[in-house]
Structures are given as C-alpha cells and as structure tokens.
Design a binder for this molecule. Structure first.
Ligand SMILES: NC(=O)c1ccc[n+]([C@@H]2O[C@H](COP(=O)([O-])OP(=O)(O)OC[C@H]3O[C@@H](n4cnc5c(N)ncnc54)[C@H](OP(=O)(O)O)[C@@H]3O)[C@@H](O)[C@H]2O)c1
Length: 311
C-alpha cells in the first residue's frame, strides 16, 4: 500500500509517496481503507516539526489527519464499528497517516458516515467541524439567541462555526476578505466586515468572539472591545503566548481541539442533516497529491475550500 510520508522534519521537499505496511491492529483499533482525505493547516506544521514534543523523532512518519473510508478490519475489543462500515475520523497526531490507501485508527476516533454524505464531503469535516463545535459550545458555551462574531468566517473552522452557531439559533457576524463578503452574507453572516475592520464600529455587541484566524489572529484588545459585559473570547491558535494568556483571569480562552467521539459524531450528524457542509476547492489522486500539497502550503491558506486527496 502507498502513503505520503517523510524521513525527516522539514518543508514540502521532504514528502515522499512510498510503500508501507499498515501497523498490526491493536485490540481497540480499526483498519480503514481510505476513500478521501482532507488537508488541514496543521498537516504542514506537524511535518515541519512544530509538534515534535508530541510526534517524536522516529521516522518515517506518515502525513494526514482527516479521512473518510470503509472499515476493513477491527481489533478484538472493537464493538461499535464493523467491517464494511462507511466512516470518518482522524488518527492520533502522533501516528497520523490519512494521506494513504489505508490507515490504522483507534475506534474512539472514528464514527459512522451518514449515507447521504459523500466520502469527499465527509473528509472535509473532522478537524474543522470538531474545532468549531468545541470552540463555540464546549469553551464558548454559546446559547440560542446569543450573538457571536467569527473572525475569519470563511476558512474551514470559521465557516463550520458560522453554520453550527446558526443551527444553535445564535446570530452570527463575521470578518472575511473584502472580495468574499457576498459569500459570507449568503452563508447567513450579518453584518460582514473585512479583515481590517474597525472594532469600535462593533463595540459591545457580542456574547462570544470566536477567533478562527489562526496566525492572523484578532488583537485581544479588539476582541474585548466587541464584547457585551460578561462575554467570552475563544481563540483556536494555541501558541505558548496565547496559552499563557488564557490562564490569566478574564474572558480569553484558547482551544486545543480534543477529538472526542461524541463531538465527531455530532459533526457527522449535522452534516447528514444538511446543516454543516464545507466547500471542496480541489480533489486530487494520491499520486498527484504532493505537488497539490506543496502548492497549497506555499500559497498560504486554503482558497475557496478544502483540498481533498483520493487514493
Ligand atoms: N486549536 C486547535 O486545536 C486547532 C484545530 C484546527 C485548526 N486550528 C487552526 O485554526 C486556523 C484556521 O484553520 P482552518 O482549517 O480554518 O484554515 P483555512 O481553511 O486555511 O482558513 C484560513 C483562513 O484565514 C483567512 N485569512 C487570510 N488572511 C487573513 C487575515 N489577514 N486575517 C484573518 N483571516 C485571514 C483565509 O482567508 P482567504 O482564503 O480569503 O485568504 C482563510 O479563510 C489555523 O491556524 C489552524 O492551524 C487550530
């Protein structure tokens, strides 16, 4: 079988499409034949060695996190999933391995795929959907009728957050690139402002500010200006400085996404009900994925939707 892997941390040039043998199945693991894999900014960061503390120093290391596919084998203690089930999920960051023909994953990180969702659409969702859900609901405690501002509302996390917040009957405002404002408005974002908006124009209006900008984070002072009394700020950029700040008293929290089974299932359910979808910008076969990954990484962020890899 083939997968994209690398033999040292580094830039796009370290990626190789090579043969591999899937690891022997643990009792709580499933082997999934990958039908589609979704690309996230973190895939590049992990390969660059920015998560070395977690991912360690043994090579070759596999790449890729989000996948959808079909269960091909199950470990002895697996009870929820069966051979032939259509599923979606993500392996632990340490093993990764979704940009592959097959991947071994703990059962708890995999849920059934709704029948009306294609493998490609399903593979767009695990990381972005769960991150948005946990940022809004687990950390942000968003309630129906509240007002949320989503900074960077057309990225995968931001766009997921807009849809999840609207489904929770919150009102959603947000920021995006000036040229994409009509797209955000069509999603239900109102008002839509561009990335360089003036926070004072939105002073005191929001119960929750969700900063989905990652490396383009909103200054905390700007987010504070926009809060109602008692409102909260949730960032999805867990840098050491942001994590340290989140321990100080005040409204600022940082999310490190936890791939909890119930939350992956909730994201899958929302997608099956049609309330959560992410656009796909481009689908490439595994044999052409390295040039596509390289181009995406060098162009900065995903434009017009997800890059999907199909073995
Ligand atoms: N905390 C966690 O555990 C966790 C989990 C998942 C993701 N994340 C992080 O969340 C961030 C977003 O992820 P994603 O999957 O949504 O990425 P994405 O799909 O690539 O979206 C990034 C967005 O940033 C926008 N952007 C570009 N320039 C900007 C600016 N100056 N100000 C604000 N936004 C700007 C892009 O807009 P254009 O397309 O118009 O350029 C794009 O919509 C990443 O940093 C990712 O690493 C964190």
């Amino acid at each position: 079988m083939k997968r994209i892997q690398y033999h040292q941390y580094g830039g796009p040039e370290v990626m190789r499409l090579e043969e591999f043998e899937p690891a022997p199945l643990g009792a709580d693991e499933v082997l999934v034949r990958v039908r589609a894999a979704g690309v996230n900014p973190m895939d590049f960061g992990i390969r660059a060695g920015r998560m070395k503390m977690v991912t360690g120093r043994s090579f070759p290391r596999a790449m890729g996190y989000d996948f959808a596919g079909v269960v091909e084998a199950v470990g002895d203690r697996v009870t929820r999933l069966h051979v032939g089930d259509e599923v979606l999920g993500g392996p632990p960051m340490k093993s990764s391995g979704a940009f592959a023909e097959a991947v071994v994953v703990p059962e708890k990180r995999v849920v059934r795929k709704p029948a009306n969702l294609s493998f490609e659409d399903a593979a767009t969702l695990p990381t972005a959907g769960v991150t948005a859900l946990q940022a809004l609901i687990t950390k942000g405690r968003l309630r129906p009728g509240q007002a949320v501002f989503v900074h960077s509302c057309l990225g995968a996390v931001g766009r997921s957050a807009v849809q999840i917040a609207l489904a929770h009957r919150a009102t959603v405002a947000g920021s995006c690139r000036d040229t994409a404002r009509s797209e955000a408005a069509a999603l239900g974002v109102d008002p839509v402002v561009d990335f360089d908006f003036e926070p004072a124009s939105l002073a005191g209006r929001f119960d929750l500010v969700l900063d989905a900008g990652g490396k383009y984070s909103l200054p905390i002072k700007a987010a504070r200006t926009m809060l109602k009394p008692g409102g909260g700020i949730v960032s999805v950029a867990p840098t050491p400085a942001n994590l340290a700040r989140s321990f100080l008293p005040g409204p600022y929290q940082v999310l490190v996404t936890q791939p909890v089974t119930e939350d992956i299932a909730e994201v899958a359910r929302a997608a099956g009900q049609g309330t959560l979808r992410l656009p796909i910008a481009r689908t490439v076969p595994l044999s052409q994925a390295i040039p596509a990954l390289t181009e995406l990484e060098q162009n900065g962020t995903a434009k017009r939707g997800k890059l999907i890899i199909t073995p």
